[in-house]
Design a protein around this ligand. Structure first.
Ligand code: HAX
Length: 440
């Protein structure tokens, strides 16, 4: 771990000095204006955060440290004989800001394998929940139970210097990421596979090991896990899971507590839980229509019925994106290569032909195009993973890479407690009547 920690120290010291100089010279520069509508409507478009690991462009989609998803599928190191990037490489890129060598990635894979032990009390905490509990409830319970292992919390209690915050955040982040596949697989096997568990294989990479411990033997499933864990990792800093992790971390809550908070947000149906909602919605469509291979006309009617009943079409729309999500496209390419004739995957593609036009015709949806969640479930079902309530756990494992790399940067750059200003409608009315001055 020393090599990567040393590189991170070097990079973050340089970045910290650069930011200090920028703020000294330009700290008073105004960046945009805030509209009253933005204050009421989810702060859309207000620039108010720095997140170093990735940047989202409304038209082009996500770039991680400047690299798009198609570029990363080419450039990041792959497992021997593999065709998809290793997510360990993306983690390195987000942390260090440079593409890793194969050696760097191997080093991270081996470190994560070494640190993957999950203490027994974590499994007991999960076992205390009824089997009917949602997998995300089990997952966050497990992460919270693992907080007993936080080096950051322990060092803080002993009294540590501010300059050491990043170092123990870094250690906790690696330890936590290392443990996530074991935790996720435990939940999957407990809930869906008779509580029969599979030991980790220390020779496998992080994502492949997750597939292995869940009980999926197909090499293509391992490839899918590598792609899935890479594309879901980060989506700049303002989305609910990233922002929550950052916010809670800003109070110096340790990485376990901060990440657990963020994953509670991921479990919302307008965010990461949309991946389960998509497949649930398609399975219900099969039942209602009495076919597993609906025509575009049948899908169109079903979409209209969904909207008429006051529900959203899951997997479509986005708060920032205004085009088809490149994470959707990457999964579509995977589907075309590995399962072009799968009926469910084909239904996802037909839905893609039908839904944007219908949402556009409503005249209010700002982005009628599919997001990452519109596609992921169908690829999982192809391999037999039909238990859709589990899907957000997979998203959460991947999201750990991005939000925890970001948290390391937050601590290294000494970002302070986050505390935006809120107002009351009473005050807004006074502003509008000119009875009080608008506070800058
Ligand atoms: N189906 C139906 N209506 C939709 C819609 C959809 N897929 N997407 C947006 N709309 C509606 C909104 O509900 C809103 O309606 P009201 O004015 O009646 O309230 C209107 O269109 C304007 O919304 P918007 O400005 O286009 O979208 P928002 O930024 O407010 O919301 C959401 C973005 C992602 C929450 C939204 O598009 C949505 O609910 N999509 C479906 C759920 C989903 O797929 N979520 C996953 C998003 C990606 C992600 O975070 N993955 O983890």
């Amino acid at each position: 771990m020393g090599i990567i920690k040393d590189k991170f120290r070097e990079k973050s010291l340089a970045a910290s000095a650069e930011i200090k100089a920028i703020l000294k010279e330009h700290g008073n520069k105004k960046i945009g204006e805030v509209l009253l509508s933005q204050i009421y409507q989810g702060m859309r478009g207000i620039t108010g955060l720095v997140s170093e690991t990735s940047l989202l462009d409304a038209q082009e989609g996500i770039r991680f440290r400047g690299y798009s998803i198609p570029e990363l599928r080419q450039l990041l190191p792959k497992a021997p004989g593999g065709t998809e990037p290793l997510p360990e490489g993306l983690f390195y890129l987000m942390l260090i800001g440079e593409l890793p060598t194969e050696e760097d990635v191997r080093h991270i894979s081996e470190t994560l394998a070494r640190r993957s032990h999950v203490p027994n009390h974590v499994f007991k905490a999960i076992d205390a929940l009824p089997l009917s509990a949602h997998p995300m409830t089990m997952f966050v319970t497990g992460v919270m139970a693992m907080q007993t292992e936080s080096v950051f919390a322990q060092k803080y209690a002993e009294g540590m210097s501010k300059s050491d915050y990043w170092e123990y955040t870094f250690d906790d982040s690696f330890n936590l990421i290392a443990r996530l596949p074991r935790l996720a697989a435990y939940i999957y096997r407990r809930k869906y596979k008779n509580d029969e568990h599979i030991n980790p294989d220390g020779l496998l990479d992080w994502a492949a090991n997750l597939g292995h411990m869940m009980g999926y033997k197909d090499e293509k499933f391992k490839k899918l896990m590598r792609l899935y864990m890479t594309i879901h990792a980060d989506h700049e800093g303002g989305n609910v899971s990233a922002h929550t992790t950052h916010l809670v971390g800003s109070a110096l809550a340790d990485p376990y507590l901060s990440y657990a908070a963020g994953m509670n947000g991921l479990a919302g149906p307008l965010h990461g839980l949309a991946n389960q909602e998509v497949i649930k919605w398609i399975f219900e469509m099969h039942e209602v229509l009495g076919t597993e291979e609906p025509s575009k006309e049948q899908i169109s009617k079903y979409v209209h019925d969904t909207l008429a009943s006051g529900k959203v079409v899951p997997g479509y729309g986005h708060a920032v994106l205004r085009q088809t999500d490149p994470r959707f496209t990457a999964q579509m390419e995977f589907g075309k290569e590995h399962m072009p004739n799968d009926p469910l995957v084909n239904t996802v593609w037909k839905i893609y032909d039908v839904v944007p036009g219908i949402l556009e015709s409503l005249g209010k949806v700002k982005n009628p195009w599919p997001n990452v969640d519109a596609h992921s479930g169908a690829l999982l079902v192809h391999f037999g993973l039909k238990e859709y309530e589990f899907y957000t756990v997979l998203f959460a494992v991947s999201r750990g890479l991005g939000v925890l790399a970001s948290l390391c940067w937050d601590r290294a750059l000494g970002f302070p407690l986050e505390r935006p200003k809120s107002v009351t409608t009473e005050l807004v009315k006074k502003w509008l009547k000119g009875e009080d001055e608008i506070w800058d």
